[in-house]
Design a protein around this ligand. Structure first.
Ligand SMILES: Nc1ncnc2c1ncn2[C@@H]1O[C@H](COP(=O)(O)OP(=O)(O)OP(=O)(O)O)[C@@H](O)[C@H]1O
Ligand SMILES: [Mg+2]
Length: 200
């Protein structure tokens, strides 16, 4: 819907709202329903945001963590694992390429993959990508851009960028209905929750 503000055209659905996540201490820019733009000021905040997301994950969810070396993909993923209840805790899968985790309350598996050393879709097959994506699983990909063509088109794409020494830009974008819903749930959890149990 197009309205006017002081004579200037405004697009209500693209309203840019900048506010703080009260419980996380991060700045967030809300641009669209399917996108969230957050600034994290330290590693702990990044992990805590991951924990918020991890607590919301369901079977079949695909999370792509893109960004430069040392941006904080594993830091965020470790938070996701903690929020989900993963055992053992998530660490970098750089050497093994794939780590599998479970949790006490069900039989769902969480796969954490590092695709840095994979260069194409054929190589993605060597790590059993089909089985990973089609089982009762949740999957988290670091360096997903390396096997982008092999990944489902519906996914939560999270881009982490280094802004300064300890400042990171974290942009979440949901493709598909499930991930738009997930972004809404995540926004509500991070903006509104009084649950302090997720503190690392
Ligand atoms: N706000 C922040 N969020 C996340 N990490 C941060 C932040 N500020 C500093 N850091 C530091 O940046 C590093 C991020 O490392 P991490 O292993 O998570 O990166 P990565 O993106 O997984 O790298 P790689 O591509 O090598 O796997 C850590 O040393 C962490 O302490
Ligand atoms: Mg990493």
């Amino acid at each position: 819907m197009i309205g006017t503000l002081c004579g200037l055209p405004t697009l209500a659905h693209q309203a840019i709202i900048i506010r703080m996540f009260p419980h996380e201490g991060c700045a967030v820019t809300i641009i669209r329903d399917d996108q969230l733009d957050i600034i994290s000021y330290n590693p702990q905040q990044t992990a805590r945001l991951g924990m918020r997301l991890g607590a919301l994950l369901e079977v079949g969810d695909v999370i792509c963590l893109s960004g430069d070396m040392g941006a904080g993909k594993t830091m965020f993923a470790s938070g996701v694992g903690k929020g989900w209840g993963a055992e053992p805790p998530l660490t970098s899968p750089t050497y093994n390429l794939v780590h599998v985790h479970r949790r006490k309350k069900d039989t769902v598996k969480l796969f954490h993959l590092d695709c840095y050393r994979l260069s194409d879709v054929l190589e993605a097959e060597t790590i059993g990508l089909d089985d990973i994506l089609n089982g009762a699983t949740i999957s988290i990909f670091e360096w997903p851009e390396h096997i982008k063509e092999a990944l489902p088109t519906e996914r939560l794409w999270i881009d982490i960028r280094i802004v300064e020494t300890t400042r990171r830009s974290i942009v979440l974008e949901g493709a598909g209905k499930r991930y738009q819903t997930l972004i809404g749930l995540f926004r509500a959890a991070a903006l509104g929750s009084k649950d302090k149990s997720l503190k690392p």
